[in-house]
Write a protein that binds this ligand. Structure first.
Ligand code: NAD
Ligand code: MG
Length: 413
């Protein structure tokens, strides 16, 4: 029986993960559940899954959580705050599903890696911010990483089994901590891989030009055509920053150089990504756009279990469509490539500015088009520094947020 900690249990990925866990009570048990502020939702999940530990990240709500668990007659222990999240990630469990959104998930993701857990990584912002430190923590802890992001999970499935095992599963340290870069010369070529092709749905505004995006509302941006997701990643999908973050994620997870990572728009979201080999073969992973497939794959790996997702009906689908991304209209994609090329703290700055911009957009305080402008201005105001430690990254993250906030106050609306 695998004991699973679900960090971000009340979110979209959390719900998909718990759905898969509930289908296999003989294999998986949700032993730890963690959420940000929704005490009642967390308690309802505890009633259903009876975990050993429940964590509320907002420490001010810990007493309320403890009282409500007791009133519900549960023996689940309550914890709160940053210390509670660290315990959730590194305590009594075998597998950690890192599904907190944003930089808020960084420390618990790193803690799970350091503790040698099997890390099922959905929290892409953590690897964007701290790719080198995360791989280093995995090396120290001796645990495994299986990507949950559907594209990276697809790539993992399309790479040679042996290769996936040696890079993300019990692999040697590969890092130059000074530059926050991977130091292998050509790891992905060693597996015969020429390129990684990340597919992007194009989001709800595919085909539109800049002038048509000036008055976009949060509700329009969050209405993704194929996937049902949390609000932050939905906006990221609409700006194409989600794909930009995924390019950086692919660099770290698979040791691919920026030039080896291509983005192709595939509006149906059925081909989740592809790997191109030296001999001209392209391997793809296909499936309905439902995160339970990636979660079931990663939870059971290297076995396969039912995810509750119906198989694709290829005859009904008939055709698959691919096109180039519109890099002028959706400027965030190239901002991410540029941050990856700059290295050091640049991806951390990109991520922090994006989090500030997306939150302001969702609150009605920033226009859709100003999201990319604010990120570019913040990157321009802060030179990339080498990453020596988590403190360097946290400092860059905080400074970038302050600069982005100040720029907004100065008229980025
Ligand atoms: P969501 O907004 O639906 O859920 C976020 C979860 O994180 C919630 O449980 C919330 O309680 C928790 N959380 C938020 N702030 C927190 C904080 N400060 N401390 C502790 N917990 C906090 O988001 P989501 O769509 O489930 O996405 C989660 C992560 O997975 C993101 O990094 C996203 O990019 C990634 N991801 C999501 C999808 C998807 O289909 N939803 C796909 C690929 C990757
Ligand atoms: Mg994705």
């Amino acid at each position: 029986m695998k004991r699973i900690a679900v960090l971000g249990a009340t979110g979209s990925i959390g719900a998909s993960a718990l759905d898969v866990i509930a289908r296999h009570p003989d294999r998986f048990r949700a032993s730890v559940l963690a959420a940000h502020r929704k005490v009642d939702e967390l308690v309802a999940l505890c009633v259903r899954f009876q975990p050993d530990l429940a964590v509320i990240a907002d420490a001010a709500l810990e007493t309320q959580l403890r009282d409500k668990l007791a009133s519900a007659g549960l023996s689940t222990r309550a914890a709160g705050g940053a210390a509670g999240l660290l315990e959730a990630a590194s305590g009594d469990c075998d597998t950690v599903i890192a599904a907190i959104v944003g930089a808020a998930g960084l420390e618990s993701t790193l803690a799970a890696a350091r503790a040698g857990k099997r890390l099922l990584l959905a929290n892409k912002e953590a690897v964007v911010m701290a790719g080198a430190l995360l791989l280093d923590a995995l090396h120290t802890g001796g645990g495994d990483l299986i990507p949950i992001d559907s594209e990276h999970n697809a790539i993992f499935q399309c790479l040679p089994f042996q290769w996936g095992q040696t890079r993300l599963i019990k692999r040697p340290s590969l890092l130059d901590k000074q530059s926050n870069r991977s130091i292998e010369s050509d790891p992905i070529e060693k597996a015969g891989v020429r390129r990684i092709v990340l597919t992007a749905s194009g989001g709800p505004f595919r085909g539109r030009k800049r002038a048509e995006l000036a008055t976009i509302t949060p509700a329009q941006a969050c209405a993704h055509p194929n996937w049902s997701m949390g609000r932050k990643i939905s906006v990221d999908s609409a700006t194409l920053m989600n794909k930009g973050l995924e390019v950086i994620e692919a660099h770290w997870l698979f040791g691919a150089a920026p030039a080896q990572i291509e983005v192709v728009v595939h509006p149906q979201s059925l081909v989740h990504s592809l790997v191109e080999y030296a001999d001209g073969s392209m391997l793809a992973q296909l499936g309905n756009p439902d995160m339970r497939t990636a979660l079931a794959h990663a939870l059971a790996w290297p076995q396969r279990v039912d995810a509750g997702v119906p198989a694709l009906d290829l005859i009904r689908i008939g055709q698959l469509q691919f096109e180039a991304p519109d890099r002028d209209t959706f400027a965030c994609l190239d901002l991410a490539y540029r941050a990856l090329a700059a290295g050091g703290t640049a991806p951390t700055i990109l991520n922090a500015a994006n989090e500030v911009a997306v939150a302001a957009f969702l609150d009605g305080n920033l226009s859709f088009l100003a999201i990319a402008e604010l990120i570019e201005a913040t990157l321009g105001a802060m030179p990339a520094e080498p990453v020596h430690s988590i403190e360097t990254l946290l400092h860059a993250d905080l400074t970038a947020r302050q600069i982005a906030q100040r720029k907004m106050r100065q008229g980025f609306c």
